[in-house]
Design a protein around this ligand. Structure first.
Ligand code: PXG
Length: 447
């Protein structure tokens, strides 16, 4: 294809928007007034009408190093030319082993074995399957029950929606998976509104796991999965002591603890992982998004040594886990992952997020007295501004703010009536100001 035609394909408005069924999108509304992104660099997107949009959401919480990083582009294109694909079943290539070793070294404790997937959803399903299989091969085949949490998001696979706790993501799809139960969520405007950082109230909600153990018996429970900070539900930070308490109860009863760190991994909370930030070691950790800076899709599941070792008992020539994807450990994704990890470490981006935290929190709290703001939550470089829903029109107030911010050059994300913010970790202070000034202006006008 001549270059001019090719660039037209990627940089101008398409003739026909109809055939694409867009994910998690109001298709007809979008197609009536499309918001089309054609390029990106650093902190900004370029739109089809050639406007610069400040990215306050790292795409979908995933472009933590900022856009179009040259190091990643070069690593990816070199790998496509060197080995674009190699089978991952019964064959290997160096980049996946090297990347697994680097992730194991970065992860806390003995989370030292890595299973590669292609997305956060696949990571969640993989983690749940590993938990079930682990108990099965360890002589505890009755441990088949999985425990999630209300408002949890673990992607859209059947396992993920079974343990997930967002009604719209589950209600159309049958009972999904038998024997699942849920802990209560920890969101409370009554007790915790406008808390900076981790809330004081709610640590005791972890004790509900004891109630589920009493109800079902520990011998039936395989694992508990939670996001250390609930992202999709609107940035719900863990109450003080909550995660430690979950860890203790899991230890008491031989239940595996899974942290879904698809959003919290790679610096979002001012540390490599939430497990580090909160000082609680899970048995299994799921990753995706920032793993490759989203340049190539990839997910990963990290497991502690005793879990991997439990599988390594049969004959040497037996496949130990009947699970995997055509693209597990894809060479091009590994190349992107290596380059992203280099950037995180060389540029000190996790530390940068920690250093900016107090500036970020103060900037977020500058919106405290705006009309209809009923809560602000923030930590690391993540934050939420919760708005009072318009009576009879839930989500409308936040979506209106989303559209107006986009018109004014700032990309935010909304979930329900909550504005969720997660800028790339390269964000500058003046850009933080721009994000909250723009939102503040929009809220003031709408009031
Ligand atoms: N676990 C968690 C904690 C997530 O946040 C997934 C799993 C699934 O990842 P994949 O790669 O399969 O989408 C996610 C994804 C939002 C939003 O704005 C959140 C996600 C994805 C898209 C939008 O709330 N989280």
């Amino acid at each position: 294809m001549p270059e001019s035609t090719e660039s037209a394909r990627y940089e101008s408005m398409p003739n026909d928007l109809e055939p694409l069924w867009m994910p998690f999108t109001a298709n007809r509304q979008f197609k009536n007034a499309p918001r089309m992104l054609v390029a990106a660099e650093g902190m900004h997107y370029t739109t089809a009408d050639n406007r610069q949009i400040l990215d306050a959401t790292s795409g979908l919480w995933c472009v933590n190093c900022g856009h179009a990083r040259k190091e990643i582009t070069e690593a990816v294109s070199a790998q496509v030319g060197r080995l674009e694909y190699g089978p991952g079943f019964q064959m290997g290539h160096p980049a996946s082993f090297e990347f697994a070793a680097r992730l194991a070294a970065l992860a806390p404790g003995d989370l030292d074995h890595v299973f590669f997937t292609n997305s956060g959803s696949e990571s969640a399903d993989t983690a749940l399957k590993i938990a079930l299989a682990y108990h099965n091969i360890s002589g505890n085949a009755s441990r088949t029950r999985l425990i999630g949490r209300e408002k949890g998001y673990h992607g859209v696979g059947f396992g993920g929606i079974a343990v997930g706790g967002i009604a719209n993501n589950r209600k159309y799809f049958g009972s999904a998976f038998p024997g699942v139960d849920h802990l209560p969520h920890t969101h409370s405007l009554e007790h915790n509104a406008f808390t900076k950082g981790q809330p004081e109230w709610g640590g005791h909600l972890a004790d509900d796991l004891e109630r589920l153990v009493a109800l079902h018996d520990a011998s039936t429970i395989a694992a508990v999965i939670v996001e250390p900070m609930a992202g999709s539900a609107g940035v719900i930070l863990p109450p003080k002591g909550y995660l430690k308490r979950l860890r203790e109860i899991c230890d008491t009863h031989g239940i595996l603890l899974i942290f879904d760190e698809v959003i919290t991994g790679f610096g979002r909370l001012g540390d490599s992982f939430a497990a580090e930030r909160f000082g609680v070691l899970p048995d299994i950790m799921t990753l995706a998004k920032g793993l490759t800076n989203a340049a190539v899709p990839m997910g990963a599941v990290l497991v502690r040594k005793h879990i991997y070792d439990a599988f390594m008992n049969g004959p040497d020539n037996a496949i130990e886990l009947f699970h995997g994807y055509t693209y597990s450990g894809h060479p091009v994704a590994c190349a992107a992952g290596h380059a992203a990890l280099d950037i995180y470490l060389n540029d000190g981006l996790f530390e940068r997020a920690a250093e900016l935290e107090s500036y970020w929190i103060d900037a977020a709290f500058s919106l405290k007295d705006h009309a209809h703001v009923i809560d602000i939550r923030a930590m690391g470089l993540v934050g939420a501004v919760e708005l009072e829903p318009i009576e009879g029109k839930p989500t409308a107030r936040a979506f209106d703010a989303f559209l107006k911010c986009y018109e004014r050059g700032v990309l935010i994300r909304t979930t329900g009536d909550i504005i969720a913010l997660s800028p790339p970790l390269i964000v500058e202070k003046n850009q933080i100001d721009q994000i909250f000034d723009t939102i503040g202006g929009v809220l003031k006008e709408a009031a």
